[in-house]
Design a protein around this ligand. Structure first.
Ligand code: BJW
Ligand code: ZN
Length: 244
């Protein structure tokens, strides 16, 4: 399978990679869903919403502070580093991530489309003004926005919220122009991100999925790689580098 994938990939010019929580699993960041998933005992649908924040901002902030601390202690894994190398292999390369953990940037990836925001950033609930991200947010005293007095919240996209219009437009544009699309470590159930590989396939891209489990995408992909991304991606990159 690896050799076949290398053969197909080496002739491609426009590569798009979409990552989800699975790429960071080997760094020790829990995924959202599945057996090893779930952030502790919480379901994202219960805490990653405006309703949850309005009802109990303290609990939501406690959850994000706990995750920020956990993420601050982990490092990128070989999967993240292999994606950094892919930028130099393809004529045109786009990385789209649903992750908020910043590990792609820390690994060295340059142009990253962050669909769901960044857990280390804050913004105002009312006017969206950025709020300094080096400030520790105490759940007991949630700061007020200096501009409008609104409450400060994490700068991430919750369920029921629109993604940034330019960001998602760019992600769809790149996906529809890709001749190679890799969906890596995502359950592919959260929209609109889950439609990106479908859009790429519709536009004739070769679609490759790398996931330790089958997903709803698996039935339409050209290649399904049932391996941890941190093990498969370095082999793919090594194979491609030998050809170039
Ligand atoms: C490995 C591995 C290894 C493990 N190697 N693989 C029907 C009903 C109700 C709502 C909707 C509906 N249809 C659509 C919606 C809207 C909703 C949605 O999609 N809901 C679905 C659950 C159905 N979407 C939205 O609300 C979005 N906004 C929107 O659509 O606006 C328009 C609109 C508004 C109002 C109503 C309707 C439409 C916004 C979505 C925002 C998602 N936000 C979160 C939280 C971000 C902030 C935070 O982190 O706190 O984003 S939720 C969470 O899920 C997070 C993730 O980015 C996202 C995707 O998860 P991901 O990455 O796929 O992780 P997992 O855990 O699901 O999967 C991990 C995978 O890795 C697994 O497959 C493993 O097997 C694999 N794996 N180890 C390779 N080593
Ligand atoms: Zn404000």
């Amino acid at each position: 399978m690896l050799d076949q994938v290398i053969k197909v990939a080496r002739d491609c010019e426009r590569c798009v990679v979409l990552t989800g929580a699975g790429i960071s699993a080997e760094s020790g960041v829990p995924t959202f869903r599945g057996k090893e998933g779930l952030w502790g005992k919480f379901r994202p649908e219960e805490l990653a919403t405006m309703e949850a924040f309005m009802a109990n901002p303290q609990i939501v902030w406690e959850w994000y502070n706990w995750r920020r601390e956990l993420i601050s202690e982990v490092k990128p894994n070989p999967g993240h580093y292999a994606i950094v190398e892919m930028e130099n292999i393809f004529d045109h390369f786009t990385l789209i991530t649903q992750n908020v953990d910043d590990l792609h940037r820390i690994a060295g990836s340059k142009n990253i489309i962050e669909l769901h925001g960044n857990i280390n950033k804050n913004k105002c609930l009312k006017c969206s003004e950025p709020f300094p991200d080096d400030q520790i947010i105490s759940p007991d005293v949630i700061p007020a926005c200096p501009k409008c007095g609104g409450q400060i919240r994490p700068d991430v996209v919750w369920f029921g919220e629109m993604l940034n219009a330019d960001t998602i437009q760019k992600a769809f544009d790149e996906s529809s122009k890709a001749d190679l699309f890799l969906s890596i470590g995502t359950s592919a159930i959260v929209q609109p991100a889950a439609s990106l590989p479908v859009e790429a396939k519709r536009s004739q891209a070769t679609l490759i999925e790398i996931n330790v489990n089958n997903t709803s995408l698996t039935s339409i992909v050209d290649f399904f790689i049932a391996e941890p991304s941190g093990e498969f991606l370095p082999k793919l990159v090594e194979g491609l580098k030998k050809i170039i």
